[in-house]
Design a protein around this ligand. Sequence first.
Ligand SMILES: NC(=O)c1ccc[n+]([C@@H]2O[C@H](COP(=O)([O-])OP(=O)(O)OC[C@H]3O[C@@H](n4cnc5c(N)ncnc54)[C@H](OP(=O)(O)O)[C@@H]3O)[C@@H](O)[C@H]2O)c1
Length: 300
Amino acid sequence: MRALVVDPGAPGGLRFGEAPEPEAGPQQVLVECRHLALNFGDVNGARNRPPGFVPGWDSSGVVVLASAGGAGPATGARVVTTMGSQGGWAERRAVDLDELAVVPGEIDLAAAATLPVAGVTALRALRRSGALLGRRVLITGAAGGVGRFAVQLAALGGAHVIASVGSETRGTGLRELGANDVVVGLEGVTAPLHVVLDNVGGPQLVGIWPLLAEGGVVQCIGTASQQAATFTSLVGMRRTIEAFTKGPHSGEDIAYLLGLMQAGKLQVDIGWRGSWSRAGEAVDALLGRRVAGKAVLDVD
Ligand SMILES: NC(=O)c1ccc[n+]([C@@H]2O[C@H](COP(=O)([O-])OP(=O)(O)OC[C@H]3O[C@@H](n4cnc5c(N)ncnc54)[C@H](OP(=O)(O)O)[C@@H]3O)[C@@H](O)[C@H]2O)c1
């Protein structure tokens, strides 16, 4: 079957190649992929993989073979899926039953593809941070995939949301998603911050530390800046920096996010969409910080 494979000489480091047909295990279904959603992590991680490697986590499509035991969705069901390991940017994939959710008929399959890594990360990072009602929550990298979901979910949780972006133009649309304040970097951000979801890392993370409230927490989700964070002192009042990881078993949380979409409470912004033959362009746009929200490839 066709797949996107790593090729350092190709645009965006990806080209079409061949991958072996997946075989579904007893607790898996076989899914024909219709849409692939890119994440910073799988795209950036692909750069460190050998030529021929098939990267990729998130996809939506249709079940072409139900699980052997009959558990999970039936053949023909529309599903959104994620893979615990890479290897998913291919025509078909075998997916664990607890890493998928059935997509309701009224929800666009392409939009659903964006939920697993970015949406579930935002959801779980906020849950790790405790009750949000009346809390001042800073979200960095707010214009990106995780960021846009985090802004909306924090607002739903009752927080005062401060969305931090890299430039003024990247802040477009974030107030409409629920941000109370939109800032460039940490410009004008004042203490106390109760919760920070940090997607950027580097010197900006260091700058966040003195703005934390007593008992405040930073969830270190990512280092999109790819810069080191050097702290001269972490002593003082009680504050926490937590290394966050999304973890497995995403199905239930993806289903919850689909429910929010159905209720009109969660919007998916697809900032780049095109054929998977244009994967290189999509990768360059994502890593070049030109995608507002998610990049989605159509498997055609
Ligand atoms: N720990 C986990 O389980 C987990 C799960 C998911 C994602 N992640 C990580 O979380 C991060 C965000 O992921 P994503 O999928 O949302 O990525 P994304 O869609 O590419 O968004 C990344 C955001 O980071 C900002 N950014 C990039 N370089 C920057 C720099 N040098 N200085 C300031 N801001 C910069 C960009 O801001 P502007 O657009 O404003 O320029 C962009 O909006 C990544 O590092 C990813 O690997 C971790």
